[in-house]
Write a protein of this length. Structure first.
Length: 562
């Protein structure tokens, strides 16, 4: 029986995917690439489960291999790449164990083969970027992003991702970040003011401060810093609003806790740009904060079209957004130097000590002896996102391990990615047997307790850890970091300088190695630093929430007086 494409298209339009699947599976006629592609798409749309993913991926592959050089084959391969990534993310969300090495190797092999047939194709390149992201191969991610950029195929989302991924390795100067971030100015649409509500520039007697984020969920790292302000602000002077850019069905305990801390909250994820802008403008906000920048499910287009008389970026993205409409960026004197301000689109607000203050945890830290006393070997550790562990970092950490007999390095990422690339790099330096890779802990309490198994924490560079450094210091674990060249790469330096243990800051890779070796070989000095951290860290600006909140309020009032 021949395939009736008019019937199949009608069923597809009516979203009767199960009927399409049944019709094609029960048809004895040879399946063309077009039929296989339709079958696979229908499987994906009908029911997302492990079996449907596996069948769809196999059908997309067959559809490509059947014709290879046709337009349908190209579409099928694009769908194959997307389905492979979606399947990986699905398995991650379900927390199932499944080896994806074969899937990813297959995807890369077919992509490279298709490059010979089709040459440059933006959809194919975008698809393979997603694969390399899951493989944590940052150099390949940037290589293909550069291809998109060179062919003017970076849309807003891809531009933001390209800018973000360039923080993971030191290829760009801050001038480069500034110049490339300016691309967003032309890519983001300006809506007609006729379609938008007017902004009220008559400031309210009680100042309305609003925060926009997609991440007030699941103990996300920004929540610990935002909570410092929301738990300590002067309710006689301010009203606080939250605009939540995640679906309400995903609200959890973290979301509910934050809703109780504010005057009003709104979910805006379902609103288009114009609807969201008008909703926010109608609330007559005095100062609007963007807590995402170019990360997460960002809404840069809202800020480009202005939501309030004053707009500030803070916390989520430690660099310039490139938007002329973003009035201010919050930093501190250790992060951005006066002569560098010209490489940031925003005016810089300098907090006196630290740009963000951690709200701490519900328990007080206990004093623990460093684990080396019972282990008889030194344990280093880093719980930073594995994307931050580049070749320079692996080289530096490997030098440390090579010089400290019997030492171990514990690594755990907050984001699930393949570890094969990382393991290969450590293997090349002959230290893979000294490295322990841990799965992300479902229990936050167990995550924090893992710091008790670490003698010395090692920071990543140029993309420093932030939340992980605050956590380590709270738990009394010293963090060795490296000074950087811009906001993003100086976060570790700012954090450590606020502990007043400047010894932990290295100026280069060689010094970083020397400092780690010295502490590992001088247990008395290590004990001294850990004791000082335990006795003083909670009173430093890192965790002094009341002082930070007051400084924060004072700066906002000064801005409004201008």
């Amino acid at each position: 029986m021949k395939y009736d494409f008019s019937l199949l298209n009608k069923l597809f339009f009516e979203k009767k995917y199960s009927k399409i699947i049944s019709f094609i599976e029960n048809n004895s006629e040879d399946k063309s690439s077009q039929v296989l592609n339709l079958l696979a798409v229908s499987r994906m749309l009908n029911d997302k489960n492990k079996d449907s993913f596996l069948l769809a991926i196999a059908d997309f592959k067959k559809a490509y291999l059947k014709e290879k050089t046709s337009k349908v084959a190209l579409e099928s391969l694009n769908n194959f790449l997307t389905a492979t990534v979606d399947f990986y993310d699905y398995i991650d969300a379900k927390k199932e164990s499944l080896s994806f090495q074969v899937f990813f190797e297959d995807a890369i092999f077919l992509f490279k083969e298709a490059e010979n047939y089709f040459g440059y194709n933006s959809d194919l390149v975008s698809g393979v970027i997603k694969i390399y992201k899951r493989l944590n191969d940052i150099e390949k991610v940037l290589f293909y992003f550069d291809k998109l950029n060179n062919n003017n195929d970076l849309d807003i989302t891809k531009t933001c991702s390209w800018l973000l991924y360039n923080h993971y390795i030191k290829n760009w100067s801050q001038k480069d970040f500034y110049n490339n971030s300016q691309l967003l100015q032309n890519k983001i649409k300006n809506y007609s003011e006729k379609k938008l509500e007017k902004i009220n520039k008559n400031y309210n007697l009680k100042k309305k401060i609003a925060f926009l984020s997609s991440d007030i969920l699941r103990r996300h790292s920004i929540t610990y810093f935002l909570k410092t302000v929301l738990s300590n602000y002067d309710k006689d002077k301010f009203e606080i609003y939250l605009f939540l850019n995640h679906s309400q069905v995903f609200d959890d305990d973290t979301t509910q806790d934050f809703k109780k801390l504010v005057s009003k909250y709104f979910h805006i994820d379902y609103l288009n740009d114009i609807e969201a802008i008008n909703l926010i403008r109608n609330e007559n906000i005095d100062i609007m904060f963007d807590l995402m920048g170019l990360t997460s499910s960002h809404r840069t287009s809202l800020f480009k079209n202005r939501l309030a008389p004053v707009q500030i970026t803070w916390l989520g993205y430690c660099n310039t957004t490139g938007l002329n409409e973003m009035d201010y960026l919050i930093a501190d004197p250790k992060l951005i130097y006066p002569e560098e301000e010209k490489y940031y689109a925003e005016k810089i607000i300098y907090m006196p000590n630290i740009w963000s203050c951690h709200s701490g945890f519900s328990f007080k830290p206990k004093t623990y002896d460093p684990p080396c006393l019972k282990n008889n070997f030194i344990t280093f550790g880093s719980f930073n996102n594995f994307a931050k562990i580049n070749k320079d970092v692996v080289y530096t950490w490997s030098k440390v391990l090579q010089n400290i007999k019997g030492s171990k390095l514990i690594l755990k990422s907050s984001v699930r990615v393949r570890t094969s690339e990382l393991k290969k790099m450590f293997q090349d330096f002959g230290v893979l047997n000294s490295v322990v890779f841990l799965e992300n802990e479902a229990s936050f309490e167990r995550h924090l307790n893992l710091y008790n198994e670490i003698d010395i924490a090692l920071d990543t560079f140029p993309y420093n850890g932030v939340t992980t450094s605050f956590e380590a210091l709270w738990m009394g674990v010293p963090v060795i970091t490296m000074s950087g060249y811009n906001f993003n790469s100086r976060c570790g330096e700012s954090i450590i300088k606020n502990t007043k243990i400047d010894y932990l800051i290295a100026s280069n890779k060689s010094e970083y190695v020397q400092k780690a070796i010295y502490l590992a070989n001088n247990i008395k000095e290590l004990l001294k630093i850990r004791k000082k951290l335990f006795n003083t860290v909670l009173s430093t600006p890192l965790f002094d929430t009341k002082s930070f909140a007051k400084e924060f309020e004072d700066i906002l009032l000064k801005i409004l007086k201008k």
